[in-house]
Design a protein around this ligand. Structure first.
Ligand code: FPP
Length: 243
């Protein structure tokens, strides 16, 4: 057991649709709306607990294949939330950041996003990164192409390709790797989220649906993380000697 609070937590917020259905709502949209409330509360609690980076999977590349009505609703929830949540972000010193193929977002959505990112850019309590139109394989492919281009242009030698030079080409450059990845709703998959970055992350799968996610669930996930032995390839004996 260690008492370390992870510096970076990544969350796959899953279960909004099932939550809406269980509550008897006709559409899945209400689940996404309450999902925003759960995200606001989680970001606030995380910043109060001293977590420096929180990255959430808000919309995957694969989510573009959902019905147009749901995509439109999600985009308008996102636009509305970006302006209505500005006060919460400022009050808690949260800097907003975004990763993913942002050019695929509707123009007004991208504009609102850029404005909120700019307005919060000097906050330094916690960085909240929204993964939007994000896919980790796509991100790794873009990085690989950039590396290949640098090799062709002669600005990078093949033996200079390593963890550090590769990480620089990822959209998460500047963020530390997450030590803890949480997925809600009981599904036990990573679903193309931060595949490179979560190489050594502890994975915690919680049965709670995202709209019901609370401070207690966040604390439970952190406790599970603290109870894990993070060997990073070493033996238990080596870890004990170090401690
Ligand atoms: C997964 O639940 C959730 C999403 C695809 C969207 C997550 C979005 C939010 C929490 C709101 C904040 C972000 C935006 C973009 C407004 P699901 O719909 O896959 O649920 P299911 O697995 O029960 O069907």
């Amino acid at each position: 057991m260690n008492n370390l609070i992870p510096k970076h937590i990544a969350i796959i917020m899953d279960g909004n649709g099932r939550w809406a259905k269980l509550q008897g709502f006709k559409t899945r949209i209400r689940g996404h709306e309450i999902g925003v409330t759960a995200l606001r509360n989680t970001a606030t609690h995380a910043s109060e607990m001293g977590i420096k980076y929180l990255t959430v999977y808000a919309f995957s590349e694969e989510n573009w294949s959902r019905p147009k009505s749901e995509i439109d609703a999600l985009m308008s929830i996102l636009i509305r939330s970006l302006s209505s949540e500005l006060e919460t972000l400022q009050k808690n010193g949260i800097r907003l950041n975004a990763i993913g193929n942002l050019d695929n977002l509707p123009r007004n959505c991208k504009k609102e996003l850029q404005e909120t990112i700019k307005a919060t850019s000097s906050n330094n309590t916690m960085t909240l990164t929204l993964a939007l139109s994000y896919g980790s394989r796509q991100e790794i492919l873009i990085a690989t192409k950039n590396i290949a281009k640098q090799v062709l242009e002669g600005t990078l030698k093949i033996n200079e390709i390593n963890d550090i030079s590769f990480s620089k080409e990822l959209s998460t450059y500047g963020l530390p790797d997450p030590e803890l990845m949480i997925r809600t709703s009981g599904e036990q998959r990573i679903s193309n989220f931060l595949l490179w970055q979560s190489s050594y992350a502890e994975l915690v799968f919680l049965p709670v649906l995202w709209p019901d996610f609370s401070k207690e669930h966040l604390e439970d996930a952190i406790l599970q993380y603290q109870n894990r032995e993070r060997r990073m390839g070493k033996t238990s004996d080596q870890i004990e000697i170090k401690e």
